[in-house]
Design a protein around this ligand. Structure first.
Ligand SMILES: N[C@@H](CCC(=O)N[C@@H](CS)C(=O)NCC(=O)O)C(=O)O
Length: 296
């Protein structure tokens, strides 16, 4: 952690070298009758397309047809120094499609800005600036961020909650109000699935990649591959995780699986097997990739 208190996920370590993700800091909810009411043009979503958590929200935003209701900014996929000369923090930076390519904060590679969408709401250069505008005290500047243009503050930075708001709170403004990714009759089932898929797979790949002891890495690694075997078995019986309908549990899992072979196997050392080697997982990823709205 830097002297200013700014930190990243890489600072969230337990005593035994295990990654201990801290809870998201901003947890207000958009809802009818509440402080943050569902309104067209009021909210703005800040994401990085490199981030599986943020891409959950982008996918549901598209599936629910909310592109004209909620604004979007997309940061550059690399981390940059956010306060050069002041502290060492590196994080998400905004850029415009015509800008020259950027290297990572460690000077590696050269990545163009073609997919970036700058911040037209606050003119922020970094995601960190949004947190500063919202008087953040947590010191962690993650995406996704759901921003309220009216009160000029972060509403929520927890993807699982933003996803649910997009699913149910904007239905009067949505072009797909009947699509329900968290239907009442499946909620208990979806919650039960999320309860093990999140720690072992979604967060499990990070627990492998960020571990600083062999023991912590092996624990996360074994739990991850046991969970993938479990999903492989489930998908041998049914098309989706909760049965025969697509739910948020699938969107959440897909965002990890689609990055697995390309990114996590090398970057996070989750290298016991590739997803494409599991027949059912492979077909499931291909199926979801063809579902309108999900590719991200
Ligand atoms: N709990 C958050 C986690 C989001 C998260 O960890 N985002 C990462 C990108 S994949 C991030 O922005 N990290 C910035 C940092 O660690 O400083 C959520 O699900 O929304």
């Amino acid at each position: 952690m830097s002297a200013t208190g700014a930190r990243t996920a890489l600072d969230e370590m337990g005593a035994k070298g295990e990654f201990k993700r801290k809870d998201s800091a901003f947890r207000d909810i958009v809802q009818k009758g509440g402080r943050f009411k569902p309104e067209a043009g009021r909210y703005h979503l800040y994401v990085s397309l490199a981030c599986p958590w943020a891409c959950r929200c982008v996918a549901v935003m598209h599936m629910k047809g909310l592109q004209d209701v909620v604004g979007l900014s997309v940061s550059h996929p690399t981390w940059q120094h956010t306060r050069p000369g002041q502290d060492e923090h590196c994080g998400w930076a905004f850029a415009s499609p015509g800008d020259p390519p950027l290297s990572s904060s460690t000077g590696q590679g050269s990545f163009d800005c073609a997919d970036c969408i700058p911040d037209t709401v606050n003119g922020a250069k970094f995601v960190r600036d949004l947190y500063a505008l919202s008087h953040d005290t947590s010191g962690k500047y993650s995406v996704p961020v759901l921003w309220d243009k009216k009160e000029k503050c972060v509403v929520n930075n927890e993807s699982s909650e933003i996803l649910r708001m997009f699913n149910s709170e904007f239905n009067e403004l949505s072009s797909a109000p009947d699509l329900d990714l968290y239907p009442a009759d499946l909620r208990a089932k979806i919650d039960e699935i999320n309860d093990w898929v999140y720690p072992t797979i979604n967060n499990g790949v990070y627990r492998c990649g960020f571990a600083t002891s062999q023991e912590a890495y092996e624990t996360a690694f074994d739990e991850l591959f046991a969970a993938l075997d479990r999903v492989e078995g489930i998908l041998g019986q049914q098309r989706y995780l909760a049965g025969d309908v697509l739910t948020e549990a699938d969107i959440r899992l897909f965002m990890t699986l689609i990055r697995f072979d390309e990114v996590y196997v090398v970057y996070f050392k989750t290298n016991k097997a590739f997803i494409h080697e599991y027949p059912n997982l492979r077909g499931y990823v291909q199926d979801l990739y063809q579902t309108p709205g999900t590719p991200a």
